[in-house]
Design a protein around this ligand. Structure first.
Ligand code: HEM
Length: 531
């Protein structure tokens, strides 16, 4: 076999060649060594953080088959094995669960902007007009404008004060309804839900849809809201395996589109009606009557406000949908939990009712002006929100870039769950956390103040940071006003043979496992107050 290496006539030529090769090899070896050294030096200075540990799971499915239905409890149990930050593979989705105030701080304070997106699930994207709303919209200029309009105008004290008359009318209707059921068992959650939906709808439209009273619009709206809430809370396999989305195996996308078309019909008719009513009156959108709803307010803002505040019609509809979906079931669920806790704690119930008797008097109905004096009821609601936060894992956040939390890598696009349920029940954070003790929130001494505003990371029933609940001013007013009205107007007891059960059932809103059935008896001294 011929080879230039062995050919004697080419010795001189080969000598040069070998020398060149030797030099080339030496330089290459030195370059590789230098690169290797630099790389090691750089990575020893900036080591890539590891992913946190977590359950191994199965190939392809990850931990999906091992998670039971009560995700908040499962996540808390896993934290006792893997610590306050761990990873979880769910289908093709990489998730992280954080369960300590200091880790939560890194998400909602230190890296708030980076974590300012919510995880966009398929049903939510459809219902929210492709994520043009606040709850599922991507963080950016449009989202900021929408949220600003909502927080500083729709939820402003002035605007909420202005529609008190609408809330009051709906609460009085509910009192009348409960009075009609005196001394018989009622499903408290259902009454709370009807009251919350009717009150919120009334605030959305103001007087606009009143002419529709004879129709079943109220029932249609309640059904649509109930369907929205159900779809948002349903585990959708396509969210864990996006390539399955086109098959819509569980029919969730199809149902979400149906819900959207019903909502669209109702919203369009409300907008048309609002505009034609206003045109009849003065050629503009400013209705003369005082019972303005949010819709009219938003349309007026569009007509008279500056560009920085004007919204497209689609954004207005998406915002109204957020209020329907985000504000009704949460508020009603919390009211049911408060009532359930009070049924379990007769001493606290007595204190709440004594306070109401003193502040309001048995010859009067509760007014919102009484609220600032209802300290004990306020503390009861706050303590209930600690033990039973409506969204125990908040809404999962999604980092827009890869980052580090607690020394661990969190890749871009993963889902980050903040387990406030675990924090609210952590003995390192709260004294005797499982005891129902409203006193914790009595603000005594005043330096002890704990509010819903997300400033104390130990207490986050409404979240914290850029994506915290923007509906707090309305939620707070509605919960205390409706509960005070019901607790002042009636005595409440469990049916004789009933056993109180405080177990919960995880969902987008975590509710009581079994409905709370209670018996109302009129408490006020003047019966004419009830009708
Ligand atoms: C007791 C009642 C309520 C509770 C417990 C509650 C709780 C929450 C929580 C925990 C979040 C997610 C925060 C996060 O991910 O960090 C949220 C978001 C939201 N809530 Fe509420 N909420 C209530 C009532 C309301 C009301 C009455 C409205 C509207 C009038 C509302 C509108 C929203 C909206 C639009 C978002 C999305 C915010 C965003 O993504 O930027 N909520 N709520």
């Amino acid at each position: 076999m011929w080879s230039p290496w062995w050919d004697a006539s080419n010795i001189e030529k080969d000598g040069h060649l070998m020398m060149t090769r030797a030099i080339f090899l030496t330089i290459s070896a030195m370059a590789v060594a230098l690169f290797w050294f630099m790389w090691n030096w750089k990575s020893s200075k900036n080591p890539t953080p590891p992913l946190p540990s977590g359950p191994r799971g199965l190939p392809f499915l990850g931990s999906l088959p091992f998670l039971g239905p009560n995700l908040h409890r499962e996540f808390t149990n896993l934290a006792s094995v893997y610590g306050p930050i761990y990873k979880l593979q769910l289908g093709s989705k990489l998730c992280f669960v954080l369960s300590s105030p200091s880790l939560v701080k890194q998400v909602v304070r230190d890296q708030d902007t980076l974590f300012a997106n919510h995880d966009p699930i398929i049903a939510a994207q459809i219902i929210s007009y492709g994520g043009t709303d606040i709850a599922f919209g991507s963080y950016g200029p449009d989202w900021r404008r929408l949220r600003k309009v909502f927080v500083s105008h729709v939820m402003s004290k002035g605007n909420l004060d202005a529609c008190y008359a609408l809330r009051k009318e709906e609460v009085l209707k509910s009192i009348d309804h409960i009075y009609g059921k005196s001394d018989s068992p009622i499903d408290f959650g259902q009454v709370a839900f009807f009251t919350a939906v009717n009150t919120i709808m009334r605030m959305l439209w103001g007087g606009t849809l009143e002419a529709e009273k004879g129709t079943d619009l109220g029932a249609e709206l309640r059904n649509v809201v109930a369907e929205m809430v159900e779809l948002l809370g349903k585990g959708n396999i396509s969210d864990f395996f996006p390539w399955l989305a086109k098959f819509d195996v569980q029919g969730i996308a199809r149902r979400a589109k149906q819900v959207l078309s019903v909502t669209e019909k109702i919203l369009n008719s409300a907008i048309e009606k609002q505009m034609s009513e206003a045109a009849e009156q003065d050629g503009g959108l400013s209705l003369k009557h005082e019972r303005k709803g949010f819709l009219q307010f938003l349309l007026e803002l569009n007509e008279h406000g500056d560009d920085a505040e004007s919204l497209t019609l689609q954004q207005i509809k998406a915002l109204l949908t957020d209020i329907m979906a985000g504000g009704t079931d949460t508020t009603a669920t919390m009211m049911e939990w408060v009532m359930a806790e009070l049924m379990q704690q007769p001493d606290d119930l007595k204190k709440v009712q004594e306070e109401l008797k003193e502040v309001v008097g048995l010859k009067n109905l509760v007014e919102e002006s009484h609220i600032p004096k209802l300290h004990y009821l306020d503390a009861v609601i706050k303590e209930t929100s600690r033990l039973h936060p409506a969204l125990p894992l908040l809404a999962p956040h999604c980092p827009s870039q890869s980052t580090t939390i607690g020394g661990f890598k969190i890749p871009k696009g993963s889902s980050v769950f903040l387990n406030v349920w675990a924090i609210h029940r952590d003995p390192n954070v709260w004294d005797n956390p499982l005891e129902f003790r409203p006193k914790r929130f009595l603000n005594d001494p005043p330096t002890n103040n704990i509010h819903y505003n997300g400033n104390k990371l130990e207490y986050l029933p409404f979240g914290s940071g850029r994506r915290m609940c923007p509906g707090i001013p309305l939620a707070e007013r509605m919960m205390i006003y409706v509960l005070a009205s019901f607790l002042h107007s009636f005595e409440w007891r469990l049916p004789n043979d009933a056993k109180l059960d405080l177990q919960d059932k995880f969902g987008i809103v975590t509710k009581k496992m079994t409905p709370l059935v209670v018996i109302p008896t009129p408490r006020l001294s003047k019966l004419e107050l009830y009708t």
